[in-house]
Design a protein around this ligand. Structure first.
Ligand code: BGC
Length: 474
């Protein structure tokens, strides 16, 4: 099915080499992702030392672990406001400063109260960056590269998680939790530096009434394209939107469809279990027969952390060629089958452990989890963030992306909070089958509801919600 567009003919920047300013934009996106991933991955290794140092109760241990997520939830909403009000680039800068402050607070925390404050500040920064950086990348990338720009963000998240696992195991021996947490000051400083030399998003500049600056930025980022025509297209679309947006506008009936798509994707990305695997991989491998902590850490670092990085390259290679839908649909099949197999494997793991023997089922679990991570890494991981950042109209984009990001963090929090409880209540096998069922539900919903957005400009996508023609479903 093809889409009829109103007759506005905008020359597209050609795909090929990226201009200097675009490389800086890419650097902003990548550094923000690294920070996000590092802060998400590092706590598993730091927790032991922290608990000992401050003699923490179980409750405080949970607070130290999870308040980053709480901070991120609030930070993502604040990030939407900051990005709409003060610009995408400035929001990124603020996130960088928060990271630096949070890293210092954590590394030098004299008491647990200061440590928790540091966790909250870092979480707040993660939330602001998680909204502002992909938004910045998607608004500045040429349509032909947009999927790859946002996938680079996901790639950086996975590298951040992997680096954190590596730093954790390197520093584990000498109780260096302050170093583990403090290291994130380095990407924090980098983010401020690249943010400081980056250009502002021309779409945001037009909205802020700074037309000349917008034209200058367009000419700098894509010297080969016709800046005046690009500006006209952006103005044309923004011109149809009345005034400046409020939070209420995000829920305007006109944007119900993109909002439903973004929220659905945000929720399915989490309830299919990725963070349950990322946080509890060690424990899953332990119950699957990996006896020593070293064997568990090794399996987690490479089978989860390393594979997650490597498989994200598949998305980078194919997201702008094959499109978003094929990757999402194929990935969910792999994830669902892998989870179902883990469920089956755990049926025999329970009996085998009772007999005390080593497990073939353990190896099956390891392979199935690798398949799960690969399938997530080329699909729901990068594609969800790409689509969330490209489907909203310019007027509400910042706040709408913020709402979707906050819902994503909320779902992540719930899943990681209740995964172990669920295992206790209904058993390991049934828990994994439930996650597999969510993959099936996600597949059916995406098949029906999520349009293909590959290769279309943000203005074209925006017009498809209000115009007669619906976006193509294939
Ligand atoms: C998700 C995170 C997840 C990460 C794993 C991201 O897209 O939003 O919750 O931990 O992927 O690679």
């Amino acid at each position: 099915m093809s889409v009829t567009q109103p007759s506005i003919n905008v020359p597209r920047p050609q795909s090929g080499t990226l201009s200097g300013p675009l490389l800086v934009v890419l650097a902003v996106v990548v550094v923000a992702g690294l920070l996000f991933g590092y802060d998400q991955g590092v706590i598993s290794g730091a927790l032991g030392g922290i608990r000992q140092h401050f003699s923490l109760s179980a409750l405080l241990t949970e607070v130290v672990t999870s308040w980053v997520t709480l901070g991120a939830l609030i930070g993502s909403l604040a990030g939407g406001y900051l990005a709409d009000r003060h610009g995408r680039r400035r929001a990124v800068l603020i996130a960088g400063l928060l990271f630096i402050l949070g890293a210092f607070l954590q590394a030098f925390a004299p008491s647990v109260v200061i440590l928790v404050a540091g966790r909250l500040v870092v979480g707040f920064g993660v939330g602001v960056a998680a909204v502002a950086a992909p938004l910045y990348g998607s608004e500045l990338a040429p349509a032909s590269h947009r999927g790859r720009f946002v996938s680079a963000y996901q790639l950086a998240i996975t590298i951040g998680i992997f680096l954190a696992y590596l730093v954790d195991s390197a520093l584990a021996a000498n109780d260096s939790w302050r170093w583990m947490l403090g290291v994130s000051v380095v990407p924090g400083i980098l983010l401020v530096l690249v943010g400081a030399i980056g250009v502002e998003s021309p779409r945001w500049l037009v909205k802020a009434g700074r037309r000349d600056e917008a034209r200058a930025v367009l000419a700098r980022v894509a010297p080969e394209a016709d800046a005046a025509a690009r500006l006209a297209s952006i103005e044309h679309t923004l011109g149809e939107e009345a005034g400046s947006a409020s939070w209420r506008d995000v829920f305007d009936p006109r944007w119900r469809r993109p909002l439903a798509i973004a929220l659905g994707l945000a929720v399915f990305q989490q309830i299919t279990g990725i963070n349950a695997i990322i946080y509890y991989a060690n424990q899953i491998f332990a119950s699957a027969g990996f006896a020593t902590p070293e064997a568990q850490t090794m399996a987690t670092t490479w089978a989860v952390g390393g594979v997650n990085v490597a498989a994200t390259f598949i998305a980078i290679a194919f997201i702008d060629r094959l499109g978003r839908r094929p990757l999402l649909l194929a990935g969910l099949i792999g994830m669902g089958l892998a989870l179902a197999v883990v469920g089956i494997a755990f049926l025999s793991i329970d009996t085998q452990l009772a007999g005390g023997g080593p497990t073939t089922a353990g190896i099956v679990t390891l392979i199935a989890l690798v398949v799960f991570i690969v399938s997530f890494a080329f699909s729901l991981g990068p594609v969800v963030w790409t689509v969330i950042n490209e489907i909203f109209p310019g007027q509400v984009r910042g706040r709408a992306v913020a709402v979707a990001t906050a819902v994503n963090w909320g779902s992540a929090f719930l899943v990681s909070q209740f995964f172990l409880t669920l295992i206790e209540a209904i058993g390991t096998s049934a828990t994994f089958w439930l996650l597999a069922f969510f993959c099936l539900a996600g597949w059916l919903w995406i098949w029906r509801a999520v349009p293909e957005t590959k290769g279309r400009s943000l203005e074209e996508i925006e017009r498809s919600w209000t115009g007669q023609a619906a976006p193509a479903l294939a």
